[in-house]
Write a new protein. Structure first.
Length: 150
């Protein structure tokens, strides 16, 4: 039986992300993709990024996309929207390394596989709260740029 790593800050988690697809407007008689197809393409692009772009402090163990694409009606925009889910199994060097995943718009669920317990020192808690602040500010800036450019 292999000896378990006693690094108290390392974590293994499963994170579910649902990538949103909205229909592209048709141009003349061509183009126009279904919401399902758009969501699947976005999912494929994101999977390629996860597989090919290293993330500091994070090792992606597995990418599962067995969950089917699902559609819902968006009352706000009055149209159909599709979501293409994936489940990432990853090992992170610390809890702060996970924030880049849980602060994403696509984030839906997290399951901590190990450790069974996590102890945070005063320094760890301060670092975590500061990182949450940084991620939130970054997210707010992206939203501001997105909606001011429309």
């Amino acid at each position: 039986m292999p000896e378990e790593n006693n690094n108290s800050s390392e974590m293994t988690v499963k994170i579910r992300l649902d990538f949103k697809g909205q229909a592209k407007p048709k141009r003349f008689f061509f183009g126009g993709k279904s919401v399902d197809k758009v969501a699947e393409e976005i999912r494929e692009q994101q999977i390629a990024l996860f597989r090919n772009v290293p993330l500091q402090g994070v090792k992606i163990e597995d990418i599962e996309m067995s969950t089917e694409v699902y559609t819902v009606w968006d009352d706000f925009n009055n149209n159909e929207v599709a979501f293409a889910p994936i489940t990432l199994t990853l090992t992170a060097g610390s809890i702060t390394d996970l924030l880049r995943f849980i602060m994403r718009e696509e984030f839906r669920k997290i399951e901590v596989i190990k450790p069974g317990q996590q102890y945070l020192t005063k320094f760890d808690m301060e670092r975590l709260l500061f990182k949450i602040h940084e991620e939130f500010r970054s997210y707010s800036n992206r939203l501001e740029k997105k909606y001011t450019s429309l």
